[in-house]
Design a protein around this ligand. Structure first.
Ligand SMILES: C[S@@+](CC[C@H](N)C(=O)[O-])C[C@H]1O[C@@H](n2cnc3c(N)ncnc32)[C@H](O)[C@@H]1O
Length: 286
């Protein structure tokens, strides 16, 4: 193991203990796991009950949601998601004894109609149906999962106890009572490329967009040479908000008397819909 990996492991270990439950155990007469016991890619440290609530509230979980906890330990997060929020929930846990304990815990909590515990590997199981993902894994694992998470449906909420996702900035950061961070991301739609718009502040136009996670910038160019404006903005899931950029984007020419221009759109695959309506006003060219 390299010195860097050793340091990362130590930081994750200390972090996990700081963000979870460092004392006591959980379990039943069949199996009593130990806090800090080894796991496939990361050890088991349970999230404190109050923090479970805080994470699920931060994701604004409702009965319509399907919550997946990746590396679900004794199953407390899926169980709380079902019990307190009425959601359907799934836990994926590699350790067979923890997974079996989670299943018994779900039975004791009377939530097996809404909760499923999968004994499996988070890097092999399909969690693409989730509308909410909860993580307490460490930054290295978050980064390894990131490409898969970014391919999930736009609007999926991702909550991570303590660990960030590198240069994918969180949409929100909350603090636990002991000041540890809880990060929330909304999976952004994929918008990079070129679009044609039937209607825009410049009339019929071409929209060229660059994207870095939820941040977007680009150029809106009127068809027929009627000028162009630089735009910048962000995605809130599938909702794209753009307004005139302060700095000029390459290739943009300010139109005469251009005031603040705004575009509020909903991304639906290869279509752009007007907001608040649902009429298609644009489509992807490439
Ligand atoms: C820090 S604990 C978090 C447990 C639970 N999510 C909670 O917040 O109480 C991380 C869990 O991930 C599990 N784990 C580690 N690598 C895994 C993998 N590749 N697939 C599934 N679970 C894994 C560990 O066994 C451990 O239970």
């Amino acid at each position: 193991m390299s010195q860097w990996s050793r340091r990362a492991l130590l930081a994750t270990t200390l972090g996990l203990i700081a963000g979870g439950c460092a004392t006591g155990g959980a379990g039943d007469s069949t199996y009593r796991p130990l806090v800090g016991q080894g796991g496939k890619d990361v050890m088991w440290v349970p999230t404190l009950d109050g923090l479970v609530m805080q994470m699920l509230e931060a994701a604004a979980v409702t009965p319509e949601d399907l919550v997946y906890d990746l590396g679900s330990g004794d199953g407390r997060i899926p169980i709380w998601a079902a019990r307190r929020f009425g959601a359907r929930a799934v836990g994926i846990e590699y350790d067979p004894k923890l997974s079996a304990l989670a299943q018994r815990n779900a039975e004791r909590a009377g939530v097996t109609d809404r909760v499923r515990m999968i004994h499996g590997d988070i890097f092999r199981e399909d969690f693409s149906a989730a509308t909410v993902l909860t993580l307490y894994l460490g930054q290295a694992l978050n980064l390894k999962l990131r490409p898969t998470i970014l391919r999930m449906k736009a609007g999926t909420r991702v909550v991570s106890n303590l660990f960030d996702m590198g240069d994918w900035e969180p949409d929100r950061t909350l603090r636990t009572p002991d000041q540890n961070p809880v990060f929330v991301w909304i999976v952004p739609a994929s918008v990079a490329g070129e679009w044609t718009l039937d209607a825009s502040p410049l009339g019929a136009a071409r929209l060229r967009l660059e994207q870095q996670f939820q941040r977007v910038r680009g150029v809106l160019a009127a068809l027929g040479g009627g000028g162009a404006i630089a735009l910048e903005g962000r995605l809130d899931g599938a909702r794209l908000s753009l307004s005139s950029a302060t700095g000029a984007a390459p290739g943009a020419v300010a139109t005469a008397g251009a005031a603040q221009r705004r575009l509020e759109l909903l991304v639906d695959g290869d279509l752009l819909l007007s907001l608040p309506g649902t009429q298609a006003v644009g489509r992807r060219l490439r």
